[in-house]
Design a protein around this ligand. Structure first.
Ligand SMILES: Nc1ncnc2c1ncn2[C@@H]1O[C@H](COP(=O)(O)OP(=O)(O)OP(=O)(O)O)[C@@H](O)[C@H]1O
Length: 203
């Protein structure tokens, strides 16, 4: 297996609740389904792997980049797609997308447009991002997830809140052999994601 993501000796706790002690994982390309009961630490693990939280001990490597040593290079090659509400609520949808295009300069803007089109978001581009419905907000984040040229995709509950057409579309995209050959995709889901899986990880 060609390694993409390697975590070793990871420790992390919130206040006094230890979630990870000496945790490790090794993932190659394809989809890994991250499972665990509510509160097991799935979202926390995605955030740690995405560089959104800092571990108390251990190392996290993406290809040949170590997160602590090269945080900016590392983050350029991964995208965390969480369900968080907009961080910059005064921006329009288009401005949020443009910010990401600036953060990930190798992005193919035509590809992003194709994803926005597939998710029926083109008409919403000039709306304030706060006026999107929950499902539309998810679709905006998923459009980025599918279009950004990253090695590692971290997606929290990809299917939650999506209409049936969007679920079908996302399932096709996350099953594409070309994508699965080049990307490491770690996703959480309480229901069987019904995708071709490289593996399952139980917390
Ligand atoms: N910012 C925080 N401060 C303190 N505790 C937190 C914080 N975020 C999460 N926790 C706690 O850490 C634990 C793991 O949370 P996390 O969101 O990673 O779980 P999860 O497996 O994703 O759960 P779910 O399936 O409900 O989404 C929970 O007990 C949660 O209450």
């Amino acid at each position: 297996m060609e390694l993409i993501l390697q975590i070793e000796g990871l420790s992390f706790e919130y206040a006094n609740r230890a979630l990870f002690r000496g945790f490790g994982l090794r993932l190659g390309a394809g989809v890994t389904w991250l499972r665990g009961e509510n509160g097991a630490g799935k979202t926390t693990l995605l955030k740690l792997a995405g560089g959104a939280l800092t571990p108390h001990a251990g190392s996290i490597r993406l290809d040949d980049m170590e997160l602590q040593a090269q945080p900016l290079a590392y983050r350029l090659h991964c995208y965390y797609c969480g369900g968080d509400t907009p961080q910059l609520p005064w921006l329009t949808v288009r401005e949020v997308l443009d910010l990401h295009l600036a953060l990930y300069p190798a992005t193919d803007a035509a590809l992003l447009n194709a994803e926005l089109h597939a998710f029926h978001l083109m008409a919403a581009l000039d709306q304030p991002v706060t006026t999107l419905s929950l499902g539309q907000h998810k679709k905006m984040q998923l459009s980025l997830a599918l279009a950004l040229p990253v090695r590692l995709l971290l997606i929290d509950e990809p299917f939650n809140g999506l209409d049936a057409d969007a679920v079908d579309y996302l399932r096709r995209e996350l099953s594409s052999p070309q994508r699965l050959a080049r990307q490491c995709i770690l996703l959480t889901s309480h229901l069987d994601p019904a995708l071709p899986l490289a593996g399952t990880l139980q917390l």
